[in-house]
Design a protein around this ligand. Sequence first.
Ligand code: ZN
Length: 222
Amino acid sequence: MKKEKAVVVFSGGQDSTTCLFWAKQQFGEVETITFDYGQRHKLEIECAKEIARELGVANTVLDMSLLNQLAPNALTRTDINITQEEGQLPSTFVDGRNLLFLSFAGVFAKQKGARHLVTGVCETDFSGYPDCRDAFVKSLNVTLNLSMDYPFVIHTPLMWLDKAQTWKLADELGAFTYIREKTLTCYNGIKGDGCGECPACHLRKAGLDKYLSEKTQSGANV
Ligand code: ZN
């Protein structure tokens, strides 16, 4: 796939930055697309722009404010708390988000002559988001191909990885320190290791600690 072109759905977070490093290794040419849907933290978009610039890839920010108009949610509205009740979708779930993002990314990619789409969705750690599941992505891939009569391939390098394995992949790509310091995952808008309090920080830290302890153990066994 070295001669082909890919578009990475890019938020500036740990997962999509790992995907960006992965795509840079896999494809001859890589572009990124970032969606502005009125995130609580504008810093997320600034962070994505900065990373794209530093890694030498084009970045396009698309206005997706209609998503917030359609489905107000805890990621965009400060008056909605981030909560997760047992047996329910968390308040951070946004109806239709990945459906719309990947569809728009497909339209964008075709205009750019790219048929490969890369997204950091993951079923393993998924918080119950239905549009992060493999079956959904495969189904949408077929739909996109039919809708535009174009041979899209949606790549999901993180689909079956847990957070520790995502850190491992980042390390294998030579991007561990960069991703640890430069990406933004925290719901409170703090880069790198984040606020340490929100669900996103807890998930990220648990994966990081697990990976680092596994690495130390395997190092000790050599
Ligand atoms: Zn946080």
